[in-house]
Design a binder for this molecule. Sequence first.
Ligand code: ASP
Length: 320
Amino acid sequence: MKNILVLHTGGTIAMHADADGDVETGPDNPLNQADFSLPDVQLTVENIFNLPSEYIGPEHMLQIQQRILAAQGQVDGVVITHGTDTLEETAYFLDNTLDVDFPIAMTGAMRSANELGSDGLYNYQTALRVAADDQSANRGVLVVMNDEIHAARFVTKTHTTNVATFASPVSGTMGLITKRRIIYLYDLVPGKTFPIQAVSKNIPVLKAYAGMNGQLLELLAATGIDGLVIEALGAGNLGQEAALGVQHLLNRQIPVVIVSRSFNGIAEPVYDYLGGGTQLEKAGAIFAASINGQKARLKLLIGLENHLNKAALNDYLHQF
Ligand code: ASP
């Protein structure tokens, strides 16, 4: 018998549509009525939150992380249901802060409980199957949606409404779910994890654009932020004025992490002119290779909360 801990946190999977088709949260999560008889699986279900995922922040992620740590030794797997808008962020936070040997599968839905073609119950059931499968252990946090399994490290929400919204542009889908099988297509080298007790750092994300100047960067430096992530252009470049703004932050010992605003590929220093990636790196900016801005922000937060020095922070953010 497998003991699976289910943590419901809210999101569309826990919502319903009203008579006008507007989607809203009700007093009871419809998933609490779900009655699955999966062979040899016993569920412990907790409604840890009932929030749209836009309301979920690092404090909630920490609470989920601590609940999972407390369950060690008592569970064989965990399923977390979550709104899809920030699901990848909670998945990534847990992936970077939990070192457990049982599977953790996250899922959500693009259509609420009573909408035509609702995908919630189906995704919930497949996430339970994944979490109860021995093959799913030691793969990091998994995102299970639409018959696919994605690694938290690479997954992102790519479409506003399509049920096939989750994809892993850099690595491809990690696994497939069929009626009778769960198939993993590749293994990942385990990533480094860090413990975490606090999530107090203030780290905004800025997106670069043609004509970006340094004004906003200087204003942010004056507000006392703890770090900044910039979704830079292409392989990780900025214009001259924005580069001077980055220098302004670095002169004040505020770490600046560079990722790409392109949703696929690896950010790395290539161009050697003011604002080019090579010069940004020489000036002290840190390149985070394959992750997007929202994930880089969490990684920087975890690194800073663990008091990593500049070199260690650099290594951690560089790591895939
Ligand atoms: N706005 C919703 C949420 O993230 C979207 C969803 O769950 O699909 O809570």
